[in-house]
Design a protein around this ligand. Sequence first.
Ligand code: NAG
Ligand code: NAG
Ligand code: NAG
Ligand code: NAG
Ligand code: NAG
Ligand code: NAG
Ligand code: NAG
Ligand code: NAG
Ligand code: NAG
Ligand code: NAG
Length: 692
Amino acid sequence: MELLPLWLCLGFHFLTAEWRSRSGIAIAASQRGCKLVDGVADCRGQNLASVPSHLSPRLRTLILDANPLKTLWNHSLQLYPLLESLSLHSCQLERIGRDAFLEQAGLRRLALPDNSLSESYKETAAALPRLQALQRLDLSGNSLTEDMAALMLQNLSSLESVSLARNTIMRLDDSVFEGLGHLKELDLQRNYIFEIEGGAFEGLTELRHLNLAYNNLPCIVDFSLTQLRSLNVSYNALEWFLASGEEATFELEMLDLSHNQLLFFPLLPQSSKLHTLLLRDNNMGFYRDLYNTSSPQEMVAQFLLVDGNMTNITTVNLWEEFSSSDLADLRFLDMSQNQFQYLPDGFLRKMYSLSHLNLNQNCLMTLHIREHEPPGALVELDLSQNLLSELHLAPGLPGCLRSLRSFNLSSNQLSGVPTGLFTDARNITTVDMSHNQISLCPQPAGLDGVGPPSCVDFRNVASLRSLSLEGCGLGALQDCSFQGTALTHLDLSGNWGVLNGSTVPLQNIAPTLQVLSLKNVGLSTSFAELDFSEFRNLRDLDLSGNSLTTFPRFRGSLALQTLDLRRNSLTALPQRAVSVQLMTSLRTIYLSQNPYDCCRVEGWGALQRLHTISDLAMITCNLSSKVIRLIDLPRSMPQDCKWENVDMGLLYLVLILPSCLTLLVACTVIFLTFKKPLLQVIKSRCHWSSIY
Ligand SMILES: *[C@@H]1O[C@H](CO)[C@@H](O)[C@H](O)[C@H]1NC(C)=O
Ligand SMILES: *[C@@H]1O[C@H](CO)[C@@H](O)[C@H](O)[C@H]1NC(C)=O
Ligand SMILES: *[C@@H]1O[C@H](CO)[C@@H](O)[C@H](O)[C@H]1NC(C)=O
Ligand SMILES: *[C@@H]1O[C@H](CO)[C@@H](O)[C@H](O)[C@H]1NC(C)=O
Ligand SMILES: *[C@@H]1O[C@H](CO)[C@@H](O)[C@H](O)[C@H]1NC(C)=O
Ligand SMILES: *[C@@H]1O[C@H](CO)[C@@H](O)[C@H](O)[C@H]1NC(C)=O
Ligand SMILES: *[C@@H]1O[C@H](CO)[C@@H](O)[C@H](O)[C@H]1NC(C)=O
Ligand SMILES: *[C@@H]1O[C@H](CO)[C@@H](O)[C@H](O)[C@H]1NC(C)=O
Ligand SMILES: *[C@@H]1O[C@H](CO)[C@@H](O)[C@H](O)[C@H]1NC(C)=O
Ligand SMILES: *[C@@H]1O[C@H](CO)[C@@H](O)[C@H](O)[C@H]1NC(C)=O
């Protein structure tokens, strides 16, 4: 019975869909055109099969990206003799006519990425030398081999920047970049280069930036590109980096060797201007134990260099090579994710300018802080995720770490830090000591004076602003642990019982705190209401994972923007007064995973209207033994919550009834509309059968 209208509907729908898509094509065709602004024609994605001919002859920039050109025909650009920049990104180009650029003597930038120029590379290679003024050429993503690349770059002596990224180049010899005397920038990333012959970059006297990232280079020995400013060899398979022993001055400023398999600290040029050295994710270490020598001076490595049928053995004294390299300008040193168990004495001392040192994820067990080591310029020190159980501070060293601003000691095995470490660091603003088992000074009376002071003292560290003590196994805080600081960010989460049910231990910093995390600290409101009224500047408060049964008090704290109350024991929503007052500033509130009583959710409507609840759909309430989502509750709540005793089946029936009724009415209407034809069908059938 209902089938017929359904079919009709579907038929109509298909008809309209078809009509729409046809008209869509019509519109695209009529709009086939380019945006022209200030000598720039943007014809991106216009489904063009050839270069448009209706554009201004004074065009300087033409963008034809994402058009299925396939071939750039001879003379197809002759209408635009003033063209300086041409972009043909993703144009399915296989062929560029020998004479395609005959009239383009002024073209300076040509971008041909993501095409198929390997298909007829010889003709393309013959076309390119017409571009006498070409400075930038992008050939990335064209499946070019080294021979094709060499041919294409032949005679393009004006080039300053070339990208051959994402091709299939495997080795480089001295023929590939021959004659590119003006080249400054060369991008070879994401190829399969496993070998670079000596002399491959020889003629490139102007080369400044070389990117070899994402290749298969096993080592770099005898590195002698003195003119280079930045070298990126990240994501290769390097086991060695060995600069040539020459005394020449290297211009190198940035060296990225991250994500390789280096075993030793790279042996850098003796004289360079290096300011950034990135060594993340290698296998480096210092091998005092392996060599079984008392001093690093005796560590020697022998390199076997095989070049054709020639074999050379080079012996390198690792420590002397290291100490002869010039690191006076080094500012950023990233040694994270390596195997360092220790840093040799004097290792950091010669890096006078070092401002950022990252030693995250190594195996350091102790660290000695001495005069000039780490250097006084250090601003950021990351020692997180090591095995540090001890920090040593040389005695009588006032003001070491005086520039330090951020000190990350997260996830180590520290039980304390040397006395005065943080107070001496006059500029320190951020300390992360999370996931170390420590206790804070002052310790509760009774524990004082037992053995050496093993507590960590943050009192009177006046510059400190941000402190993370997450998961430190802290006992109940004493009242003045943060006295004399002006903390704005404090993370105490995961320290069970740290506040012992009241905010009093934080009263010293209550006026300054902006972000406070008290996640999983065992707060309960069985004794008294938690009171955050003193926290006038608090913006962000995390109270999730506690056992709060009542809403905390925020009488004066009108700055609060984010409040997290998930996973508590709240049974009622905040009182109307509380919520109205809070909502003036609050932007985000999380309320889910609490056992609200469905009969005590009066403020719900008001809360919902304020659009601040981020986990709206996940808030549930308990009704006898059932759990119901709050958004599924009927809007108007009976005052005395009578339906509490009503059987749930009945409740669902009440919820479903309106929908059922609507359906029923719809069915009736349909039935009545098609009743007549249907009856006729039945009649005719009957009639037919009666003949039979
Ligand atoms: C361009 O012209 C040359 C002759 O000058 C011809 O050999 C070549 O096939 C032409 N290329 C295209 C793509 O038409
Ligand atoms: C480069 O120039 C030389 C000599 O002028 C010529 O023999 C060679 O064919 C040219 N190569 C290309 C690809 O045009
Ligand atoms: C080195 O190249 C890789 C890949 O392009 C890039 O992710 C990385 O940021 C580069 N390194 C530097 C220091 O620019
Ligand atoms: C290291 O050398 C000392 C003597 O210098 C020796 O007693 C010790 O066994 C050696 N250790 C290893 C691992 O070779
Ligand atoms: C081997 O060493 C000799 C002398 O030190 C040097 O002339 C030669 O270039 C080296 N060969 C290789 C392949 O490094
Ligand atoms: C290396 O091989 C070449 C030819 O393959 C030969 O001329 C040369 O003398 C050889 N050199 C050595 C040191 O064996
Ligand atoms: C602390 O930092 C300020 C600027 O951030 C700087 O001027 C001052 O020299 C630093 N103090 C020390 C002791 O380095
Ligand atoms: C400290 O290091 C840990 C782990 O590397 C990181 O998660 C945390 O964000 C860092 N802390 C700071 C303040 O940067
Ligand atoms: C926690 O507070 C209660 C009373 O408020 C007090 O009796 C108890 O000693 C406190 N515990 C600690 C460890 O301070
Ligand atoms: C609410 O329901 C949950 C899940 O059934 C249950 O674990 C919790 O004890 C109930 N809470 C109350 C207060 O009834």
